[in-house]
Design a protein around this ligand. Structure first.
Ligand SMILES: Nc1ncnc2c1ncn2[C@@H]1O[C@H](COP(=O)(O)OP(=O)(O)OP(=O)(O)O)[C@@H](O)[C@H]1O
Ligand SMILES: [Mg+2]
Length: 248
C-alpha cells in the first residue's frame, strides 16, 4: 500500500465519544467508552466481535448510545444526516446493507443527491465517474448480478463520488481482489478527508499514525500503527500458541 499522504488537507473533522454505553440486544458492547478521533487516518483493529462495526454505527448515527454522547464536529451523531447530509459517509461491512438501487449508475447517483443535483444529471455524472475509472461497462449492470467483491467495490465507488467530509470504512478490503485493494489503498492515501478504516488486513493500516485495537468493547492499545499492529499480532500469536498446546 502506498504511504499515507504527508499532509492531507482534511477539514477539522473531529469526533468525540464520551462515556458511551451501547447495548445491542442482550449484549453490552461498550461500557463507558471515551475516545477523541481527530487524526487524518485512523485504523481500527481487533478480533471478531470486538466492537469495530458498532463503533462505526455510533459515529454515523445509526445507533444511539444508552448513556454518554457521540458528536461529529459538535453535532450529535444521530442528527448529522438531517442537519449536515454530506458530512459523514459510511462504507458498510456488508454491501447489501448499503446498496439501495438496482443498477450501479443509479446507486452512485444517489450519493450526489445531498448536493441537490437533479437526478438525470447525477446519473450522467455517475456514468462519467465510472468511465474515469475504466468501469463504464458497469453503469447499467444489475447490482444483483455482481459478485460480493464487486458489490463491495460499488460501495466504495459510491462513497468516492459522494465525497463526504468524513469517511468511515468498515472492513473495506475484506472481499476486494488484489487490484481492488491496491486501488482502494491509493484512494485512501490520496483522500483529502479524515478516514477511519477497520480491517483484519493489518498491512493496510500499519502505516497510519494512529491505530486503535479494540478488545471486547474496550481500547486495548492506541498509538502509532506499526506499534499497535505489532502488539496485536504478538497477542494473537501467543493465544494461538497456547490454544495449539491445549489441542495435544
Ligand atoms: N445485531 C446485533 N444484535 C445484538 N448484538 C450484536 C449485533 N451485532 C453485533 N452484536 C454484538 O456486538 C458486539 C460487537 O460486534 P461488532 O459487529 O461491532 O464487532 P466487530 O468488531 O465489527 O466484529 P467483526 O470483526 O466480526 O466485524 C459483539 O459482541 C456482537 O455479538
Ligand atoms: Mg464488523
Amino acid at each position: 500500500m502506498p504511504p499515507v499522504a504527508s499532509q492531507p488537507a482534511f477539514g477539522s473533522a473531529l469526533l468525540q465519544i464520551r462515556g458511551v454505553t451501547l447495548q445491542r440486544g442482550a449484549n453490552t458492547v461498550f461500557s463507558g467508552l471515551t475516545l477523541e478521533l481527530s487524526e487524518p487516518r485512523i485504523g481500527l483493529i481487533g478480533d471478531n466481535g470486538a466492537g469495530k462495526s458498532s463503533l462505526f454505527r455510533l459515529l454515523c448515527g445509526l445507533d444511539v448510545p444508552q448513556t454518554g454522547s457521540v458528536t461529529v464536529r459538535g453535532l450529535e451523531a444521530h442528527s448529522v444526516s438531517r442537519k449536515r447530509p454530506g458530512l459523514v459517509g459510511m462504507m458498510f461491512q456488508n454491501p447489501d446493507e448499503q446498496i439501495i438501487f438496482p443498477t450501479v449508475a443509479e446507486e452512485l447517483a444517489l450519493g450526489l443527491s445531498p448536493s441537490g443535483m437533479p437526478r438525470r444529471e447525477a446519473i450522467a455524472q455517475a456514468r462519467l465517474f465510472l468511465a474515469s475509472r475504466n468501469l463504464a461497462h458497469w453503469a447499467d449492470s444489475a447490482i444483483g448480478a455482481l459478485s460480493h467483491g464487486q458489490r463491495q467495490h460499488v460501495c466504495w465507488l459510491a462513497l468516492m463520488i459522494a465525497s463526504p467530509e468524513l469517511l468511515l470504512l468498515d472492513e473495506p478490503f475484506a472481499s476486494l481482489d488484489q487490484p481492488g485493494q491496491a486501488l482502494l489503498g491509493m484512494d485512501i492515501a490520496k483522500a483529502r478527508q479524515q478516514v477511519i478504516v477497520s480491517t483484519h488486513l493489518l498491512e493496510h493500516v500499519r502505516p497510519f499514525e494512529r491505530v486503535i485495537w479494540l478488545e471486547r468493547g474496550q481500547v486495548r492499545a492506541d498509538g502509532p500503527g506499526d506499534q499497535v499492529c505489532a502488539a496485536y499480532q504478538a497477542d494473537v500469536a501467543a493465544r494461538i500458541a497456547s490454544q495449539a498446546l491445549s489441542y495435544h
